[in-house]
Write a protein that binds this ligand. Structure first.
Ligand code: AMP
Ligand code: ZN
Ligand code: FE
Ligand code: FE
Length: 291
C-alpha cells in the first residue's frame, strides 16, 4: 500500500483540480491520498466524485496556526486535520475566519510590493485564483508572470519568505485551540512539517509536548522539507509522546517541484489514524479495490 497524506489542489494553492489530483495520485501508483487544502473543505466533493478505481480518498485540510511560546514572538505552524465533520460549526467558522485573514493579508502584501514598484495587482491575482483560497503562491505566480522572478521558488526565496520586508503575518489559530477544535469535530490532528527549518522558525520540543497534551494524534515526519536529522528527531519524539508518524509529499502541482507520492505513510500508522477518527470516513475507490 502506498499512502500520501498531504496534497493541495487548485481549491487552495495547488495547480491540479481535485479531479486531476486524484487521477495523478492513481497514475503515480498510490492506493490512498489525502486532500488537505489550506483552510477549506471545498475540494472534498469533487475529489470524491472523481476518485478512480483502486484509490481511497481521505478528506482533510491544513489549518494555518500559531504556537505562542512563553517568551518571544509566535511561531507559524501548520496543522493537518483528517476525517473531521465538515459541518461542525466551530471549525467551519474558524475556516471562514482564516480565509478572510488570507484576503486581508494578501492584499497588504501586494499593496506593499506595488508601492515598491513591483508590477502586481490584487484584483488580477484574485481573478486568476478563480475563487481559490489565496496564499502567497498566488502572489508568487503573479511575480513570475510579471517577469520579476523566474519561478515560484525564487519568489519565495527573494520577496515572500517570512523574513522579507514584504511579509505580513495573519491572525492564525492558536495551535492548541486548533487541536481541540479538530478533535471536537471528530477529526485527527497531525502536526505538519514541524521541524522544517528551511521554511523559517520552528517550535521546540516543549511546544510539541504541549500539543500532544492538547490532543495531537500524530507528527508528519517524512516530508520533503525535513532533513534526515529533523526526521530522526521527530521520530524519536513521536515514540516518547505516543504519537503516530506520517509521511507525505505536500504536493502542490506545478507550484512546487515535488511529485505526488514523494514521501509516504506506513499502512499501520494510516490504519491507526483512521481508527482515531469519528467525523468522516475515507472514500474507497469506485469498484471497491482499496479499503
Ligand atoms: P501562505 O499559506 O499564504 O502563508 O503560504 C504558504 C504556502 O506557500 C505553503 O503552504 C507552501 O505551499 C508555499 N511555500 C512556502 N514556502 C515556499 C517555498 N520556499 N517555495 C515554494 N512554495 C512555498
Ligand atoms: Zn500550500
Ligand atoms: Fe504547510
Ligand atoms: Fe501543505
Amino acid at each position: 500500500m502506498r499512502i500520501d497524506l498531504h496534497t493541495h489542489s487548485s481549491v487552495s494553492d495547488g495547480t491540479d483540480s481535485p479531479a486531476t489530483l486524484v487521477a495523478a495520485a492513481r497514475a503515480a501508483g498510490l492506493d490512498v491520498v489525502a486532500l488537505t487544502d489550506h483552510d477549506t473543505t471545498d475540494g472534498w466533493a469533487s475529489a470524491a466524485a472523481a476518485r478512480p478505481e483502486g484509490l481511497t480518498v481521505v478528506p482533510g485540510m491544513e489549518l494555518s496556526a500559531r504556537w505562542f511560546p512563553a517568551e518571544g514572538r509566535p511561531v507559524s505552524v501548520h496543522l493537518l486535520a483528517y476525517l473531521f465533520d465538515p459541518d461542525h460549526p466551530e471549525l467551519a467558522e474558524e475556516r471562514r475566519r482564516l480565509r478572510e485573514e488570507r484576503l486581508d493579508r494578501g492584499q497588504r502584501i501586494v499593496a506593499a510590493l506595488a508601492a515598491a514598484g513591483y508590477p502586481v495587482e490584487w484584483e488580477r491575482i484574485l481573478d486568476a485564483s478563480g475563487g481559490a483560497v489565496v496564499g502567497r503562491p498566488h502572489v508568487a505566480r503573479a511575480l513570475v508572470e510579471a517577469g520579476v522572478v523566474d519561478s515560484v521558488d525564487q519568489a519565495f526565496a527573494t520577496l515572500l519568505h517570512q523574513g522579507s520586508p514584504f511579509h505580513v503575518t495573519k491572525a492564525d489559530t492558536d495551535v492548541l485551540e486548533g487541536i481541540r477544535m479538530v478533535r471536537a469535530a471528530g477529526g485527527v490532528p497531525v502536526f505538519a512539517h514541524g521541524l522544517a527549518t528551511r521554511r523559517g522558525r520552528v517550535v521546540d520540543d516543549v511546544a510539541i509536548a504541549a500539543m500532544a497534551g492538547a490532543g495531537l494524534v500524530g507528527l508528519e515526519v517524512d516530508h520533503p522539507d525535513h532533513s534526515p536529522a529533523e526526521r530522526a528527531h521527530l521520530r524519536g519524539l513521536a515514540g516518547d509522546l505516543g504519537l503516530l508518524v506520517t509521511g507525505s509529499s505536500d504536493y502542490h502541482g506545478a507550484n512546487k517541484a515535488t511529485p505526488i507520492g514523494a514521501c509516504t505513510t506506513d499502512p499501520a500508522q494510516y490504519e491507526a489514524l483512521v481508527a482515531a477518527s469519528t467525523g468522516s470516513v475515507p472514500l474507497a475507490g469506485r469498484g471497491g479495490a482499496a479499503g
